[in-house]
Design a protein around this ligand. Structure first.
Ligand SMILES: C[S@@+](CC[C@H](N)C(=O)[O-])C[C@H]1O[C@@H](n2cnc3c(N)ncnc32)[C@H](O)[C@@H]1O
Length: 237
């Protein structure tokens, strides 16, 4: 498993506020949740709480789950609300509690085996009230494998310059999976530190994710296709 959410959690937190547009993401979820009258929500893969603080500020009854306490500790320190729980999304233990469950930031990409995906979606289904709303985003396999190029990012955070050099390799062992090798070079006050990380991620074809949803009792309301990602708005049946 990647180090990005454990030993490198602070680095993730510093980088991703410059990579993701959390205001835009929050507005997207907020619109759907309001349209569907959802107030009690659970965010799975909540990371360092970047959306949590926005949901709480806007009056949602919010619970955030993540596998890594290192991520949740940053969320707990910054959000100051007791609404974060360490939990593996493959073992959700809630029963008909939420109007909506969100899996954000393509976090389902870390669940790579078919049975584990079925376990996750079954747990989400059980957590939702009748007709509850399940919204999540994934990497789309055609988009990922058609443009399977190495890439480099430079991010400036306060006095830090973070350079990330990424290279991708197919492994295809458990589906449309691939290994992401990342080399981080961090410069601050003339000091340089460097870290290597490897992560296995799963992408899905549209047919594949629709079959997983059908097998676990969800009806698809809307699919939003983007070049490498897909967002699915679904309802518990
Ligand atoms: C790309 S990050 C997204 C975090 C957050 N949603 C954001 O947008 O900043 C993926 C998150 O999924 C979490 N994660 C990975 N595997 C998980 C699992 N099995 N159960 C729960 N969370 C998991 C990671 O710890 C990480 O916080």
């Amino acid at each position: 498993m990647t180090q990005l959410y454990s030993t490198l959690a602070n680095l993730y937190h510093e980088m991703y506020e410059h990579i993701f547009d959390y205001d835009k993401e929050f507005n997207f979820y907020d619109t759907i949740l309001k349209e569907n009258d959802c107030k009690k929500i659970m965010e799975v893969g909540c990371g360092t709480g970047m959306l949590a603080r926005r949901f709480l500020k806007n009056g949602y009854d919010y619970l955030g789950l993540d596998l890594f306490n290192e991520m949740l500790d940053i969320a707990r320190a910054e959000v100051k609300e007791d609404c974060f729980v360490q939990c593996d999304m493959r073992n959700l233990m809630y029963d008909r509690e939420f109007d909506s469950v969100l899996i954000t930031g393509r976090s389902l990409a870390y669940v790579i085996e078919n049975q584990c995906i079925l376990d996750t979606l079954t747990g989400v289904h059980r957590s939702l009230k009748d007709n509850g709303l399940f919204v999540f985003d994934i990497f789309e396999a055609n988009g990922i494998f058609d443009n399977f190029d190495d890439f480099e990012q430079i991010i400036h955070h306060n006095t830090k310059k973070i350079r990330r050099i990424s290279s991708l390799k197919k492994n295809l062992q458990t589906g449309w999976t691939y290994d992401w090798y990342a080399n981080y070079i961090i410069e601050e006050n003339e000091k340089v530190s460097e870290y290597d990380d490897i992560t296995t991620l799963r992408a899905f074809t549209k047919d594949e994710i629709l079959l997983f949803l059908k097998l676990t009792g969800f009806k698809v309301k809307e699919i939003i296709d983007e070049p490498k990602t897909m967002t699915l708005i679904t309802e518990k049946i």
